[in-house]
Design a protein around this ligand. Sequence first.
Ligand code: HEM
Length: 468
Amino acid sequence: MELIFPSVIIILGCVALLLLLQWKNLSGPPCIRGWIPWIGAAFEFGKAPLEFIEKARIKYGPIFTVFAMGTRMTFVTEEEGINVFLKSKEVDFELAVQNPVYRTASIPKNIFLTLHEKLYVVMKGKMGTFNLCQLTGQLTEELHGQLENLGTYGTRDLNILVRHLLYPVSVNTLFKKDLFPTNKRKIMEFHQHFQAYDEGFEHGSQIPECFLRNWSKSKRWLLAFFEKNIPDIKSYIPEKDNPMTLMQALLDIIETETSEQSPNYGLLLLWASLSNAVPIAFWTIGFVLSQPSIHKAIMESISSVFGTAGKDKIKVSEDDLKKLPLIKWCILETIRLRAPGAITRKVLKPVKILNFTVPSGDLLMLSPFWLHRNPKYFPEPELFKPERWKEANLEKYAFLDGFVAFGSGKYQCPGRWLAMLEIEMCIILLFYYYDCRLLDPLPKQRSLHLLGVQQPEGQCQIEYTRRT
Ligand code: HEM
């Protein structure tokens, strides 16, 4: 009897606890947790995250939680949840990304939190619309240099061609002129390691580095590249009236706190500046070349601004860019269709969305990729229709409602106008000097990218002939 009594109390206690947990769970959104403890739904989710999200929305409704690798990710797909994501003070960007930043760039969380806001302010200023015109001349010069390397005729995979243009242009503009290697072997090495790092970034942000040997090797190669070059970046004196580079301005702030982490911040800036801009340049050129009427209209607009294509060495001014809105619309329409799979915020205090309470600690997730397919904001969402961007007030730097490819709120992408400018310049100069055509149909998109824009699956050859 003495033994039975405590056992009954323990059993009743357990039942009460279970009921309590179940009740708490009932007030939370439906949760997809798989059957393996801690790993949860990671395998099914990781195989094709974009399809997984859409299937879950159809099955569970506008808000649902995915439990994977010990993390709860709560996806919001409709108005009320989206508003909480974009406007609530109870959700936070810095706390959501501090773990991925630690895993991918080895920046300790306390240093990241101390420096983040100061670094963001500098990036926003240096890459903002007011200062960007200072970069137009340098971008043109760098692009001319890279286009010379294409020769008079060739065929190449479009992705490789875009990388050969934009890797050196971005690195030399954001870090230091002539930083990008010019020796063939070193160029190949840079490409190989950056691509491996970029491709493994999603896994690297979730899984300890020791399980990702090749990714870790490329990460260390890139860190060593910056370690070697940070002293030169710091002492570099920009030519003529050019301002200090973005990385120089960031180093001034980073080194008030630590100089050990400078290469790590270099790596992070490198990834942020290339990982989305390069595939978007690929897709934009691909979409334009596969639609003859749009290609023709763009060629006519380029000739009307710069004269007969290919004749002279051209300079591109801010005024010229204003006369070429169709190119901007094509880039934005491409970004809409190939937008990042998800952006994220950490829930600081429980938030109510519809009839559910999302608990603190959850990662709140919003999918620009799927939001951009909502016909309420974008009629005929699957079609490439650049003309829909006529409605956007781009002169005032406003996008269309429902467009969140660059995130939103306090920490919206600070490089968005630079990305637009780089891609615009790349298209103008490539099409001005070269007659281009695709030899293959555009490839499908890979369904793997959650953290960044969508990458192509497979190759697409482009043929280019120098205009005379
Ligand atoms: C088409 C190209 C690009 C796309 C689609 C894109 C998209 C994004 C998105 C979705 C975010 C997260 C924002 C949020 O959660 O609210 C972000 C952050 C960021 N982007 Fe971009 N981006 C692009 C190009 C660039 C470029 C060229 C740079 C140049 C340096 C850049 C630098 C950054 C940085 C530094 C952050 C982190 C901001 C912070 O720490 O607060 N991005 N970007």
